[in-house]
Design a protein around this ligand. Structure first.
Ligand SMILES: Cc1cc2nc3c(=O)[nH]c(=O)nc-3n(C[C@H](O)[C@H](O)[C@H](O)COP(=O)(O)OP(=O)(O)OC[C@H]3O[C@@H](n4cnc5c(N)ncnc54)[C@H](O)[C@@H]3O)c2cc1C
Length: 484
């Protein structure tokens, strides 16, 4: 284990990708999973608060401590096993997503959960129930987690396999490897109707209790090992960026693809770029059509027999929705597809670069709403943004009605407007049966908005669940709940 106490060396561990800044007295970088339990046992018996971090690509402050010790899992990066026959894998938590994707590709396998930030770790992804573009077809990380080893704050462990440990109605109990039983009640909480949600604990009567830990943002225990289900790679993938000269046609195009359609086009992802996104990206990509108001990235899994037919269907659909059909970027091989993927990845990076330049903590929406409320939500968002005179960039997961509106604050007036906009969008998402966080979680930054989505009783119910695992409340102080 590496110990860091030097102030200078600690700096990078005291902030995340949102520029949320915290403070740690000591940083411990684990070098073996066997070190986790003895370390936290000692911290727990000394009443020392501790927080887990991994690649620190989080955008809500969840991996940034406010005090005490930071435990980093970034070096626990072994792919323990890939079982080709059963299409499963067992990993340490610090495996980077890109490393895992690359390894699987060699075996013609894939893990469809693909957050844009591939530097993030599997443990961080499980802790946040991360999702990505392909979530439109495959759902979030949760859908692929079949096994977890969790070290509890007192050093005891839970090993839990999907399908083996369920709640009985609202009564839950989990056995630890030391033979203890953790009992708790599953409170009834609001469940949004959006297709994605990462706000608060996953709690349902009769639930599979493995799901409680997925998306619990490092507040219940430390993920020591992760078991995942895998899929075969698709034989062919058709990937395209379609440019539009009219927003209404852009939304109609997305809606057509989101629903069952006569052309049988079933994309695995539908991603959105607004005009300002394209403008920002044009600084890095000189071949962007300047007349485009917005763009959509779509990708289809197909095979050698259907590829031509699917390409033609996509062409016809594009022709019906935009005059910029000739500008469409179509990728038919790995190299061209990687170029499009990079194009999408460059966008949040360019936004984060600007924020760092302005020394600004990221202010952005992570809200999602059900499909039937999306147009209203979309129109309200833009009418609000345009009335404020703030600089902004909107992009995101249009297939799941989940957009990130990023705001650039350069003055006190901007800050007031940005906060007002942010509050308004959070409340609107809830009114429309959506969520305040679809994928990045609550962490520390979004905690004040939990009360928009959940009643006091519901929040207290979640705190009681945490108490069952962490009675001294030493793990992940100030994440999800107000602890100070
Ligand atoms: C450019 C960019 C693009 C992004 N795109 C996406 C996206 O498309 N989809 C998406 O979902 N997110 C996205 N994110 C956010 C971020 O990448 C994810 O939240 C990711 O899951 C964080 O992983 P990490 O390894 O960096 O974890 P960290 O940031 O280090 O930690 C995040 C949280 O996980 C907890 N945690 C980490 N490891 C463990 C562990 N072993 N046990 C228990 N708790 C743990 C931490 O305590 C913290 O609460 C993006 C971020 C950036 C900067």
């Amino acid at each position: 284990m590496i110990r860091i106490i030097d102030e200078e060396a600690k700096i990078e561990y005291q902030k995340d990708a949102a520029n949320y800044i915290g403070s740690a007295e000591k940083v411990f970088i684990l070098e073996s999973t066997d070190e986790i339990s003895p370390l936290v046992k000692e911290l727990y018996s000394n009443n020392t608060p501790f927080t887990i971090s991994a690649a620190r690509t989080g955008l809500t402050g969840g991996g940034v401590p406010i005090s005490g010790v930071l435990i980093s899992t970034e070096r626990l990066d072994k792919i323990i096993d890939i079982d080709l026959k059963n299409k499963t894998a067992l990993l340490e938590p610090g495996v980077r997503l890109q490393t895992f994707h690359d390894e699987l590709k060699q075996h013609n396998l894939m893990y469809p959960s693909n957050p844009t930030e591939t530097w993030s770790t599997i443990g961080g992804n499980v802790a946040n129930n991360a999702s990505g573009a392909k979530t439109f077809k495959y759902g979030a990380t949760r859908n692929f987690v079949n096994y977890l080893e969790i070290v509890l704050p007192d050093g005891d462990e839970i090993h839990i396999r999907r399908g083996e440990c369920f709640a009985n109605g609202s009564e839950a109990e989990i056995k630890t490897i030391n033979g203890n039983t953790i009992k708790f009640l599953i409170p009834s909480i609001r469940i949004p109707k959006s297709t994605k949600n990462a706000a608060g604990y996953f709690l349902r009567p009769n639930m599979d209790l493995i799901d409680l830990f997925i998306g619990s943002e490092g507040t219940l225990g430390i993920i020591k090992k992760v078991g995942l289900d895998l899929l075969f790679q698709s034989e062919e993938v058709l990937s395209a960026i379609v440019f539009f000269d009219d927003y209404n046609n852009l939304l109609n195009f997305a809606e057509y693809l989101r629903n069952d359609n006569p052309r049988q086009l079933k994309p695995r992802l539908i991603e959105y770029f607004d005009h300002n996104s394209l403008k920002l990206l044009s600084e890095h990509h000189s071949d962007l059509p300047t007349e485009a108001l917005g763009a959509i990235w779509v990708e289809f899994e197909t095979n050698s027999i259907m590829l031509e037919n699917d390409t033609l269907s996509l062409y016809e659909l594009t022709l019906e929705h935009t005059d910029l059909v000739d500008m469409t970027w179509v990728a038919m091989n790995d190299r061209e597809r990687d170029k499009i993927t990079k194009f999408r990845h460059d966008l949040p990076l360019a936004v984060n670069e600007l924020l760092t330049k302005y020394g600004q903590q990221k202010i952005y929406t992570d809200t999602a709403v059900p499909a039937n409320a999306f147009r209203l939500y979309y129109n309200e968002m833009y009418s609000h943004l345009n009335s404020m005179g703030l600089e902004y960039v909107v992009f995101g997961h249009l297939g799941d009605c989940h957009l990130h509106a990023n705001l650039f604050v350069k003055s006190e007036d901007d800050r007031i407007n940005a906060e007002e906009f942010y509050n308004y969008m959070m409340k609107l998402a809830i009114e429309l049966d959506g969520t305040i966080s679809a994928e990045h979680g609550i962490g520390k930054i979004k905690k004040p908005y939990m009360k928009y989505m959940f009643t006091e009783v519901e929040i207290r119910g979640m705190q009681e669940v945490k108490k069952a695992f962490d009675p001294k409340n030493l793990l992940a102080l100030d994440t999800l709940f107000f602890n100070r």
